[in-house]
Design a protein around this ligand. Sequence first.
Ligand SMILES: [Zn+2]
Length: 497
Amino acid sequence: MNKTVVGIAFDDAINKREGKLAAEMLTRLLSRLYPKLNLINLTGKKDAADEYIELAKKINSRIEITKVKPTVIVAVSQKPLSKEYLGSRIFYVGSDKWVAKFSDKKPVGCGNSEVPFAAGAVACVAVSNIFRVVFQDFINEAALDGDFSFSLINLDCSDSNAEIKEIDVQDFILVGFGAIGNGAVWALANTPFIKGTVTIVEPETVDLSNLQRYVLAEERHIDKAKTDIPQVYNKNSNLKINVVPKTWAGFLGEKNNWINSSVLISIDNAKDRIGVQSSLPKKIINSYTAENLIGISRHYAFGEEACVACTYMPTEERKNFALEVAENLGIHRINLPPPFTIEYAMGGYLHGNKGADDQLLGWIASENSIDRAELEKFKDIPVREFYSKFVCGGILMKMKKNDSKAGAVEAPLAFQSALAGILLAAEYVVEKGRLRKSKLPNVSQLWPLAPIKKDINPRSFIFTKDNTGRCICSDKEFIAAYQKKYPAPVKQKSLTH
Ligand SMILES: [Zn+2]
């Protein structure tokens, strides 16, 4: 890793607003993940790289800005890179308003609009591809992205776009200014066409380890309140930012005028998310990251659709055994060629009473960063027996714990959290601006280490409301309190969008 040089190449594409934002996001991400950065300035203007070098050094004062030929380059460029860079792996990024564009072959063009979301998102995806190249020996899903367009309006592989208009995003609350919140504020602060007020609720201070994942954090922010960061960064928008350096409970104790606000959740634990839902905001957009997963869930009709707490209910009753086994073996994120799923494959092992074969042991080894040879002793043991020894007997836990590689990949990575934040902010602006022509199901997910692929990654689906009666959204008192807070005109139900 210390030998790895990563590069950002840019030409006059950075004179376009979206190109400039992509280059900024690339610098913000790469300078905190890699020790050596080559800024390849193809603009013909000598000082064009200066602002990126300055930014990189603010983030990591020990970063080496080098001229050594990079292993891998992200190009924000109008022209293909010259033959000089043959041998480096090159990813071209660009965007057109709400549509992110990516190619491993040729420039894709950078727009000059005021929409930052696609430019920021494609930078995150490019950094994920760099990660997959550099760490290919450590991760299973090393497949790289090919050419794609990805609409941040419909969250699909289409060119769905929208013209720019002023959008009143009103008052809303962002709970949590961690890694996801940083990505969200980066995007919102670069959106000049929105007006409104965001209140950011976050009690903690920045520590050194946060710098790896917080796209807006610089070394000078260490030991300062996290909420010191957003206002300073907010130079390019008409959005007013209020900060409340308190916990959600502390915030509720002090304020009463938040009731009608939408709440965007970007905190990292289930307990606090459920706490936010229990305080009954009118609408919630929840964002989360898990191992190789980014999710956005929409909660606009408490009592009718799944609430935030539903999505964190113990899932035994929802899940079939094959999927549960796959999850417990840590292999549930494996993408098989459609129509096959890991659940289907696991069902085959279990119901066919098959033995643990090379394929299964290989999946377990790579998904959990375990040396394949260590699993050899389990070969051919019937899968049910293997499962009970290996998982229930705690062998998997032990093997994982003894391997630092696994931990390194499991922590959400800077590009993953930043992308989650950008998607969260985009979701809210799209909603407020009514830019989406047809409603999406309540959950959208994206696998940041797997290639973007039509109908597969990202994917939106309906998460059903908990039907066990144990969730707060089935509780008569909670429903009555919600309805009292937000009395709906009779026909409102069909307009909950
Ligand atoms: Zn619920």
